[in-house]
Ligand binder design. Structure first.
Ligand code: ADP
Length: 265
């Protein structure tokens, strides 16, 4: 997609990146980081030059989900830049690679740290930078969206009613910022056991799961793509083991879903 009109000056560190994709959710624990990382490695598998920026300063997931040899970001003292670490050809920057414990910071400080990490990193030429956003739609997220010229957003959610309300908030935030929401990923929608398919968050008429699966969300907000991501123990296990599922098992059902998502970014 074309770059949105960007009012401010493009931060120098981001000038060599063609597309910056935000992966966002309004709550923690819905699978945002899982989607961000697997999407990034899917794009890399398609031949793109990719980076991941883990913007979650309070609970960075990237260090668990990938296993780079070098687990510390290096500084270039002359240029005062940060050199991303790398795993399987994807460039990685996360507060979790900054060699500090869990952050105790106030909002404005967090925004400062995020902006510094993001814009002083030596990303080099990238086709896609996938930004794993901090959960929510508060000040930190808004500031980040204003600093970064996002080209697309993917919203991750679970099928409950409460999550649906949050999706609406997320869509509104991005639409105010003129960032196109290209896809909603409805995560953990079902699992298969004993030859049957189960919908743990419900599916009957009136449930929000039904609204999602009837594509009403997609029409209502003008989001072109909706993806159902099932609960899969392998997805969780691969995330914990440091090799994303799309890399560990590129023929899996999950990998195919990510390939479909990758194509629409
Ligand atoms: P978030 O970034 O929204 O906080 P994570 O991506 O860290 O969420 O996911 C939370 C936990 O749920 C992780 O342990 C992850 O492996 C697991 N998980 C996420 N999506 C799935 C899924 N579809 N199937 C099984 N486990 C999942």
């Amino acid at each position: 997609p074309a770059r949105p009109i960007y009012a401010g000056q493009l931060p120098a560190g981001l000038q060599t990146i063609s597309n910056i994709v935000a992966v966002s959710s309004c709550k923690g624990g819905v699978g945002k980081s899982t989607v961000a990382v697997n999407l990034a490695y899917t794009l890399a598998g398609m031949g793109a030059r990719v980076g991941i920026f883990d913007a979650d300063v309070y609970g960075p997931s990237l260090p668990t989900m990938v296993s780079p040899e070098n687990r510390l970001l290096e500084m270039n003292p002359e240029k005062r830049t940060i050199i991303p670490t790398e795993y399987l050809g994807v460039k990685l920057v996360s507060f979790g690679f900054a060699g500090q414990g869990r952050a105790i910071m106030r909002g404005p400080m967090v925004s400062g740290v995020i902006n510094q990490l993001l814009t002083t990193a030596e990303w080099g030429e990238l086709d896609y930078l996938v930004v794993d956003m901090p959960p929510g739609t508060g000040d930190i997220q808004l500031t980040l969206c204003q600093v970064v010229p996002l080209t697309a957003a993917v919203i991750v959610t679970t099928p409950q009613k409460l999550a649906f309300i949050d999706v609406a908030k997320g869509v509104r935030m991005f639409s105010k910022l003129k960032v196109p929401c290209v896809a909603v990923v409805e995560n953990m929608c079902h699992f298969d056991a004993d030859g049957k398919r189960y919908y743990p968050f419900g599916r009957g008429s009136g449930s929000q799961a039904c609204i999602f699966s009837n594509n009403i969300v997609v029409q209502q907000f003008g989001i072109p793509h909706l993806f159902d991501l099932p609960i899969r123990p392998t997805l969780s296990a691969s995330g914990d083991s440091g090799t994303p599922e799309v890399v560990a098992d590129p023929q899996s059902e999950v990998a195919r879903i990510f390939q479909d998502l990758g194509v629409c970014i």
